[in-house]
Design a protein around this ligand. Structure first.
Ligand SMILES: [Zn+2]
Length: 221
């Protein structure tokens, strides 16, 4: 049965891997619906720099994604707890094959949506990376690296050096790090180190025009 979720094609035009390997691409999945009756709708709450979104160098083509419920609702409560968010705990899947070059699992979830406890982050090891919460960087070859951030503490299933397959479970959507509420941060970049690498555009191959727009509803097929 075909998986429904949010997929991404990471290949840049003309990109070639080491030894002439084929560029990565094809169908990828980022978020798996929690139940079969869930529709694949999602929205980008904060997008590209050109849409007024992420301005940092490596994140210029980033997406902050929340999954929506069957009536396109973002919340199933009043929004004061993480569990009120429909997307909380959704399975986050690998967008393409790759090797894990960074992963952490020790960053507490922010307790209350809308309030980021920065002292908590500054007290952790490697606090610069802790801003992304429990995050994973995947090396796809072709100088293309996926970054997925804000996963739930303790949910990350992979570690540095692991080879992952497209669609493999990586962790669960959370609110760890510098997150105003539960969401998945995804971006593609040209190096393995956030803040020091150039951001790259990525196209989702299972949404209508490939590039979800900030504030629009999209359905992943
Ligand atoms: Zn973000």
């Amino acid at each position: 049965m075909a998986k429904r979720g949010l997929g991404v094609s990471c290949a840049r035009p003309g990109a070639q891997g080491p030894g002439g390997a084929r560029p990565i691409g094809g169908r990828g999945i980022l978020l798996r619906p929690q139940a079969p009756q869930d529709r694949g709708e999602f929205t980008v709450v904060n997008g590209y720099v050109t849409e007024g979104g992420h301005t940092e160098r490596s994140q210029q083509f980033a997406y902050d994604i929340v999954a929506l419920g069957p009536r396109l609702e973002m919340l199933k409560g009043d929004g004061t707890t993480n569990e009120d968010f429909v997307c909380w705990g959704r399975e986050v899947l690998a967008p393409a094959n790759g090797v894990v070059v960074y992963a952490r699992n020790d960053v507490p979830n922010q307790a209350r949506p809308g309030a980021v406890d920065r002292k908590l982050l500054q007290a952790l090891p490697d606090p610069i990376w802790a801003a992304g919460g429990n995050c994973i960087v995947l090396d796809h070859g072709n100088d293309e690296y996926s970054y997925l951030g804000h996963l739930q503490q303790g949910s990350v299933q992979v570690g540095k050096g692991d080879h992952v397959r497209q669609g493999q479970l990586l962790g669960r959507l959370g609110s760890s790090g510098n997150a105003q509420g539960p969401h998945l941060h995804y971006h593609l970049m040209a190096g393995s180190v956030i803040y020091r690498s150039d951001g790259l555009p990525s196209r989702f191959i299972n949404v209508p025009d490939g590039i979800p727009r900030q504030g629009h509803f999209s359905e992943a097929k």
